[in-house]
Write a protein that binds this ligand. Structure first.
Ligand code: B12
Ligand code: SF4
Length: 479
């Protein structure tokens, strides 16, 4: 590890992976959320933090604790999605045991959607930042470092006189451009140089669609950055980080065509498309032939889009706003333009049956995307599906009290009245395999298993092994 200074008042951290099975456990990209939080802290509050991306640097829990303790922070900001919250709490406890005065601040989407409950379940977090964290974290940190009581900060959840108080959501600047660029320079440069092959970019925040399984953490209004500034950032990444692959984290990169065109034309005009490939997420309703060809010309190398199901009724009831025909047409447009597609399917929608799962399997085979990702539904907090599963509606039965089980590939979050957990897993594995076998793509199947065997083996084992669900989670909570 090679941070510039020996001591930092503030450390931001992406907690270490708890296993090494999935792609994101050993990522080839740095964490952009804490990079934005760090950038705002540095430019707007004048406080330079160290950013420890433990997943990127391949650190384990003990190594991460040792590193953070050695930097002697007074504030530690930890990031967590739902399936990472237990691990983030383990990390905070390990740091707190050795730096009892340091304040632990949790950010990210688990705490955002369940702030009070998270504060109760994981009291090690002194503060939880709700929503976009840049402005709230800077305000909170300034107060803590000045020895003042942090109160009246929008987006803060904390304990006051024995009660848990939450003050709305974190403020956001008037325009997204004001956020500037992620602070990659605050990461350990050795870890960046060794592992970061892909650099995340965000050109917008927000998604206007209504999918019932999605929490839309940035809301339904799409906020856009100026395309020119996005291209500037990519150009700088190319020069500074030697990046040759960019990943647009926008929920739907193609949602505003003039914006998408602006970025593509900028990449082409500046000659960047010759040295850079990139991928993004699209929605089937937001693409047309011209745009797709322009994207290809600008270096687009992979497009992901949610197909979700092959069953018409379920597709209509999830409110994605697409039809199977439209989705297939989008897939064909990308194919024609020479852009490989990554099709995302979900199994375990509300009121899913074996018949609708079969429809999904058939549609995945017919679509025959270059990559298919087949997840099992997880009721993430903040979604309609979470509400349904919590009330036992939609045929759902929650299975596990552990947040670690809230994972789409290897989790154990729910099963349905008419489809058991094992049946869901069998449909998932069968679809993964049949897409390749029926389409005579044996080599692709072998390549996929070769790349993902750390995930494939436990998935297979999980589908055949005896099932043991634990309704009591680590924090003692039941379901
Ligand atoms: C790109 C993306 C991915 C990418 C990269 C993810 C990554 N960053 O590691 C890939 C494809 C790998 C991915 C995978 C998964 N993803 Co994803 N992904 C997204 C997406 C589209 C953007 C995420 C992102 O990076 N945003 C940009 C940055 C700036 O946001 P951010 O990191 O959250 O940070 C902001 C705030 O959260 C907060 N914040 C974050 N950390 C901290 C820390 C502190 C101290 C503070 C104060 C604030 C703070 O401030 C930041 C700046 O505003 C979101 C949807 C969305 N609209 O956000 C889903 C989303 C984040 N993913 C989600 C999920 C569930 C997953 C998976 C678990 C799915 C699975 N297969 O099981 C995996 C797990 C990945 C992992 N890292 O372990 C969920 C999370 C829901 C939840 N409650 O946890 C989301 C919200 C989508 C949804 N279904 O609603 N994902
Ligand atoms: S299109 Fe994607 S980001 Fe938008 S609501 Fe649906 S799942 Fe969420």
């Amino acid at each position: 590890m090679a941070f510039q200074n020996d001591h930092y008042d503030v450390v931001l951290v992406q907690p270490p992976a708890e296993s090494r099975r999935e792609h994101w456990d050993t990522p080839d990209y740095p964490a952009i959320g804490i990079a934005y939080v760090g950038a705002w802290l540095e430019t707007e509050a004048g406080i330079t933090p160290a950013i420890v991306d433990a997943k990127l640097a391949r650190l384990d829990l003990t190594e991460t604790i040792d590193l953070i303790v050695s930097l002697g922070p007074r504030v530690v900001g930890l990031s967590a999605m739902t399936h990472m919250i237990d691990g983030a709490s383990d990390l905070a406890q390990g740091i707190k045991a050795r730096l009892p005065e340091a304040k632990m601040v949790l950010g990210g989407f688990h705490g955002t959607f369940l702030p009070e409950r998270t504060k109760r379940e994981f009291p090690v977090f002194d503060y939880i930042v709700v929503g976009e964290g840049e402005m709230a974290f800077a305000a909170l940190t300034q107060k803590i470092l000045a020895g003042e009581e942090p109160e009246n900060i929008n987006g803060l959840c904390y304990e006051k006189n024995g009660d848990i108080v939450t003050i709305g959501r974190g403020d956001v600047p008037e325009t997204l451009d004001e956020l500037g660029e992620p602070a990659w320079h605050l990461f350990d440069p050795e870890a960046l140089a060794k592992y970061a092959r892909v650099v995340p970019v965000m050109s917008q925040r927000g998604c206007p669609f209504f999918c019932n399984f999605c929490s839309r953490p940035y809301g339904r209004t799409v906020r856009l950055r100026t395309p020119e500034l996005v291209v500037d950032e990519i150009e700088r990444n190319l020069k500074r980080l030697g990046a040759t692959y960019a990943d647009f984290y926008d929920e739907t990169f193609t949602v505003n065509k003039p914006h998408t065109r602006g970025i593509c034309e900028g990449l082409i005009k500046r000659g960047l498309s010759q040295n850079l490939l990139w991928k993004c997420m699209a929605h089937a309703n937001t693409v047309d032939r011209d745009l797709v060809h322009l994207m290809r010309k600008a270096g687009c190398d992979l497009v992901g889009f949610g197909v979700e199901t092959g069953n018409k009724e379920i597709l209509a009831s999830m409110q994605k706003g697409v039809t199977k025909e439209r989705t297939m047409a989008a897939r064909m447009l990308f194919k024609e333009a020479g852009i490989p597609t990554q099709a995302f399917f979900l199994m375990g929608h509300p009121n899913e049956s074996k018949k609708s799962l079969f429809d999904t399997m058939m549609f995945a085979i017919r679509m025959n995307a270059e990559e298919s990702a087949i997840g099992i539904m997880v009721p993430y907090p903040g979604t309609e599906v979470w509400e349904m599963a919590t009330k036992g509606e939609g045929g759902y039965k929650k299975l596990s009290g552990s947040w670690r089980d809230y994972n789409k590939q290897l989790g154990n979050a729910v099963e349905l009245e008419n489809v058991s957990r094992r049946q869901l897993e069998i449909f998932q594995i069968a679809t993964y395999i049949l897409v390749f076998v029926v389409n005579f793509r044996a080599l692709d199947l072998l390549r996929m298993i070769g790349e993902h065997w750390r995930l494939a083996l436990p998935m297979l084992w999980k589908a055949i092994a005896p099932k043991r669900f634990s309704p009591v989670g680590k924090s003692g909570r039941v379901l």
